[in-house]
Structure formats: structure tokens, C-alpha cells
Write a protein that binds this ligand. Structure first.
Ligand code: 3EB
Length: 324
């Protein structure tokens, strides 16, 4: 049944995000499921546009991440891009092979295609983007792959106004897939960008971090009072703090998470869904313990082996927080 066009659309319903120990095929049979995201190699990914495999190995028994909307969900493919939508939300993913290891060109192509396609839909408002590629810290100085990724991403995002970037994370895998995976969530109503008062906005980072500043917001609040929090690490102002000190980096990261959620008029911790990326897999247990102690009422925690974009950072945490 469609609504009369003179009536305003009802409010955006919250997206249901969860970590589930279930069979991917059974999850995909639900017509409300927008996306099923699996981690590492230990599962069989069904051939469905709604499924993505993130190459990072999980350090705890790996659930699948499931996004569920009001439904019913339609889905399809357009070249390298695949998508699903229930007209409230859009999931879109693109995976491109790097040509001759050129991550800048791959990022440019992926973003140009993804953004152009989503812009033309009824759900054009980006809330969150996820980026995964190999060897993020390979290369010296401005030749580092993360910096070159940032340059290509920024060019591919040129259609967005300066500073109007959604929340994001960019994480390096340890494999040699030769591929860039970008996927994201958009909605029919615009979110509100939230910056962290303890941190300089990433798109204003000074030159020392590379020729092109990273193009992401610290968090994005949706119209359904959900806060999509970007990858958060021990960065204060623009500087990385506590080199080589995992416990101190975790404290700083939690302080940043507290402040960014507070800036959105929420409280960090209650029913939050978290992901932690650890550079050294041997830190996985300590990070899991710290999260359990600091965020006892999390709705789910996933620990993944992944490299953070600055070499001195050992851990990064992101998540989705329900606001009051
Ligand atoms: C930082 O605060 C840590 O390039 O998309 C966090 C979240 C970081 C997203 C990105 C990078 C990105 O700068 C790194």
C-alpha cells in the first residue's frame, strides 16, 4: 500500500543492527534483511547482493553482522556495484581490483561510481561508509597507501560539499587480495554530522598527515536517533597519543567515544554495537577485556585483526549507539 503523496512520510524507523550466530542463507530468507556482513575466511558467503565478506580475521568466534529494516527489501547489481533497499535505507557495496597496486585510482573509481549511483536514488543521504584494503601502511611518507587512498577517495567525493562527509572507517587487512572493498549505508532523510570536541575534524588535518586530508565525519546521527560512530582511536586534536601503549590508547579511545556520543546528546555504552580493530592479534584478548570492563552493557562486540591508518595506533573502535 502506498501513502497519499500529500502526507509526509512517517519517521525513519531505526535500522536493526545485530551480531548473529546463524546461517547466512537463513538470514537472507528474511525480506527485511538489507545486509549480511561476514568476517574472515571461516564461513561460506552465499551469492547474494546483500552479502559482503570483509577479509579481516575475527579474534573471537565470528558472528555475522545483520542489518534489518522495515522491509520489504529489493536488491540488485549494477556492474561492480551491488545494492539493497527498503526505501528507508540503502545498502550499497563496491569491490574493485587495484590495477597495478594503484589504491588511489581504485578509491577514486569506487567512490565516483558509488556516490553517483546513490545520489540518483530515493535514499541519497549517506550515513556511514566502511573501507577495507590490503597493506594500509605500506609505503613511505606521502606514498603510503592510506594517504594515496585518501587522495583518491577525496577526488571521488568531490560531489559532496566540503565538510559534508559521512562517518567512516578505513582499515587494512593482512592478506593480499589486491582489492578495495567499500560499502555503506544511506537513508531517505539526511543525518546530522557530529564532530568530536576533543578532536580536530579529520578533513582539517594539517599537511603532516598527507597531502589530502581524510574525508569523514566523526559520527553521524540518523533521523531515527541512531549514532553511527566512525573509527575512533587515541587521536586528540590531530595528534596520536601514547605510542606503543595499548592500555593508554584504549583509555584515550574511550574518552573520545564518550565525548563524541555526548556531542550527540547521548550516553556511550548502553546497547551499543561495537567493533574493535587491533593491529597485533596478540592484543585481542586485552582489548576484549577492556571493552567488557568499560562497556558492560554493549549489545555486541566484535574484535578483528586489522591495521589502523597511522602506524603508531594499536587499536581503533567504532560502533552504532542508540540515542535516547
Ligand atoms: C583518526 O582519527 C583515525 O580515513 O576513513 C578513523 C576513522 C581514521 C576513519 C578514514 C580514519 C578514517 O584519524 C583514523
Amino acid at each position: 500500500m502506498s501513502l497519499p503523496s500529500h502526507l509526509p512520510l512517517p519517521n525513519l524507523p531505526p535500522l536493526e543492527l545485530s551480531y548473529r550466530q546463524e546461517d547466512a542463507r537463513a538470514l537472507l530468507a528474511d525480506e527485511r534483511v538489507l545486509a549480511v556482513i561476514g568476517f574472515g575466511g571461516g564461513w561460506v558467503a552465499p551469492d547474494d547482493p546483500r552479502v559482503v565478506r570483509v577479509a579481516l580475521e575475527p579474534l573471537s568466534p565470528a558472528p555475522l553482522e545483520v542489518w534489518r529494516g522495515r522491509g520489504p527489501v529489493r536488491h540488485g547489481r549494477e556492474g561492480a556495484l551491488r545494492w539493497s533497499s527498503d526505501d528507508d535505507y540503502l545498502f550499497a557495496a563496491i569491490e574493485l581490483a587495484e590495477v597495478d597496486g594503484d589504491i588511489e585510482q581504485a578509491a577514486h573509481a569506487a567512490y565516483r561510481e558509488l556516490l553517483a549511483w546513490v545520489q540518483a536514488r530515493a535514499t541519497p543521504h549517506w550515513l556511514r561508509l566502511w573501507n577495507y584494503f590490503d597493506a594500509i601502511n605500506l609505503g613511505a611518507g606521502d606514498a603510503e597507501r592510506y594517504r594515496r587512498f585518501c587522495a583518491g577517495r577525496a577526488r571521488g567525493m568531490a560531489c559532496l560539499r566540503d565538510g559534508s562527509y559521512p562517518a567512516a572507517c578505513a582499515i587494512g587487512g593482512h592478506g593480499r587480495s589486491g582489492r578495495l572493498l567499500v560499502y555503506g549505508l544511506a537513508a531517505r532523510s539526511p543525518g546530522v554530522r557530529i564532530e568530536n570536541p576533543r578532536q580536530l575534524s579529520a578533513w582539517r588535518y594539517p599537511r603532516q598527515y598527507g597531502p589530502t586530508a581524510p574525508t569523514f565525519a566523526r559520527a553521524m546521527r540518523s533521523d531515527a536517533a541512531q549514532l553511527f560512530i566512525s573509527g575512533t582511536a587515541a587521536v586528540v586534536g590531530h595528534a596520536s597519543l601514547h605510542d606503543e601503549d595499548l592500555a593508554a590508547q584504549l583509555d584515550e579511545t574511550f574518552a573520545n567515544l564518550d565525548h563524541v556520543v555526548e556531542a550527540a546528546h547521548g550516553r556511550f555504552g548502553e546497547q551499543v554495537l561495537l567493533k574493535a580493530y587491533v593491529r597485533d592479534a596478540r592484543d585481542g584478548a586485552a582489548v576484549a577485556q577492556a571493552i567488557a570492563a568499560r562497556v558492560p552493557r554493549a549489545a555486541g562486540v566484535l574484535i578483528l585483526a586489522g591495521d589502523i591508518c597511522r602506524r603508531e595506533l594499536l587499536v581503533e573502535i567504532d560502533g552504532v549507539q542508540a540515542l535516547a
